[in-house]
Design a binder for this molecule. Structure first.
Ligand SMILES: [Ca+2]
Length: 481
């Protein structure tokens, strides 16, 4: 399953042959004869396959896309209309799902910092370090910019221990431009940086979605070089508590203040997508929307909340999944994910293939034409064929931090599986757990005793994954954020 496509697959070999044919013909040449020759060459080419719509196949060979990642914070699997929410109205994200592919087995990580180091490096947090991501980790932004991309990050960084440690900040980790807070908003304040310089603070949590969207639009319109492809990594602070919505959205939803924030996020995401339209970028932009970890939906957390002002609002909806943020049950890790790239990524498709943020780096490597690092273990796999609808299957397995592993429909959790603080289920028996997610998505029926051979097999796989190059002790779990 860890096989990779050669990085040049969709770059050098991905020239749009129609435009190439046109551009190669001199203005005053013998066009009919040349066109005939080119037509013959085309008929003999590897793109020529039996059957209909050859022209469509030629046009579908991808070129280097722009990449827009929209990453929310603590948003649950069940918070959007297209993922089953009956209370929150999310027409723009529902529309994005119709224009692209909606993934139902997509995994980030279970908490903020680890989720970001995994997304940036293609490496599980036991290797990439989470909040403490070292300067020598290699991000996809560092690699893609060497191929001519320009790169921007707007929003929550959270892999430099929430401190202004320049070698571990976005500019040093591959982003040409940065605006946002290095940490979270747990006490209702954010401190911004623009590139490496402090850029003020804000206590107006209800303004953050709009602010980050404005900064993203400003970068696209005013700061970007329109001649180059781009990566824009937009990591929202919302819906991480302390949450708030602007006056325009407060009180409008059926889902309380949390629902108001989800609906405002949907609206603002629509504004950003409209900007792509306005700039003529939609067709050439791969848009990925997902979230960093599951929702803060545990009753215990709300009751034990410390350091949060009175009236703080939590929640978020895991839908059919068990538990939420901090948990190694599905509610902690499995998130909504929608991918759009018009005429490349199939529209209106739902996919249950296993796909994860750790796969972004190898997939971008394939799409943009760079090589994933070879001097360290990369956990991600190239999912280009899955995204383009050329393959239905995704990852064979997914590792849960210091907790267990899923392979196919089977998921194993060890007796001392790691849960972050409030996500601990006090009545959970500390025994081997085995679930068949195809039959039991809510992880209610422990089948470990019925299938000891499967437990042994998955334990072995987990140990193998934990021993890969660059692994740190997975039990050295960091404080929850
Ligand atoms: Ca988070």
């Amino acid at each position: 399953m860890l096989s990779r496509l050669p990085p040049e697959r969709f770059t050098a070999g991905a020239v749009d042959r129609t435009s190439l044919q046109t551009s190669l013909i001199p203005m005053n040449s013998n066009r009919p004869a040349i066109l005939m020759t080119l037509a013959l060459l085309y008929l003999l080419s590897p793109y020529q396959t039996a059957g209909a719509d050859q022209e469509t196949q030629v046009q579908q060979q991808p070129t280097k896309p722009n990449i827009l990642i929209i990453f929310t914070d603590d948003q649950g699997y069940g918070d959007l209309g297209c993922y089953g929410s009956k209370t929150n109205r999310t027409p723009r994200l529902d529309g994005l799902a119709k224009q692209g592919t909606l993934f139902t087995s997509f995994y980030s990580q279970t908490v903020c910092g680890p989720s970001r180091s995994a997304l940036l490096t293609g490496r599980q947090p036991i290797r990439s370090g989470g909040w403490g991501m070292p300067a020598d980790e290699v991000t996809f932004a560092e690699l893609i910019r060497k191929t001519g991309y320009q790169t921007a990050c707007v929003g929550k960084w959270d892999v430099s221990n929430r401190k202004a440690i320049v070698p571990r900040m976005p500019n040093a980790q591959g982003f040409d431009y940065y605006f946002g807070p290095l940490g979270a908003n747990d006490v209702g304040v954010v401190k911004f940086h623009e590139n490496n310089q402090p850029a003020g603070t804000s206590k107006e949590m209800g303004e953050l979605i709009t602010l980050y969207t404005d900064k993203s639009i400003d970068w696209l319109k005013e700061k970007r070089d329109p001649e180059k492809p781009f990566v824009l990594y937009l990591a929202h602070t919302m819906m991480h508590t302390i949450i708030d919505a602007s006056e325009r959205f407060k009180g409008n939803s059926q889902g309380g203040l949390y629902g108001d924030v989800v609906e405002e996020f949907d609206f603002e995401t629509g504004r950003l997508l409209d900007c792509l339209d306005e700039l003529g970028l939609t067709q050439d932009t791969l848009v990925i929307y997902t979230s960093d970890n599951g929702p803060w939906n545990q009753d215990k957390y709300t009751k034990r909340k410390k350091g949060h002002p009175d009236g703080s609002v939590f929640w978020g909806d895991s839908g059919p999944l068990r538990n939420g943020k901090g948990s190694c049950y599905e509610g902690g890790y499995r998130l909504p994910c929608i991918v759009r790239w018009p005429d490349k990524v199939p529209a209106g498709r739902r996919s249950d293939a296993i796909f994860a943020t750790i796969d972004f780096l190898p997939t971008f490597a394939s799409l943009a034409g760079f090589e994933a690092p070879t001097n360290r273990h990369i956990d991600g796999i190239d999912q280009t064929e899955l995204l383009l609808g050329k393959r239905d299957s995704g990852r064979d397995f997914f590792y849960f931090h210091n907790a267990g592993v899923r392979q196919g429909d089977w998921k194993y959790l060890k007796p001392n599986a790691h849960f972050h603080g409030y996500a601990v289920e006090d009545d959970r028996e500390k025994v081997d757990e085995l679930y068949h997610l195809g039959d039991d998505l809510g992880e209610q029926n422990n089948l470990a005793k019925q299938h000891p051979e499967k437990v042994a097999e998955l334990k072995e796989l987990m140990q193998k994954l934990e021993s890969k190059q660059g692994s740190k002790d997975p039990s050295a779990a960091s404080k929850i954020r």
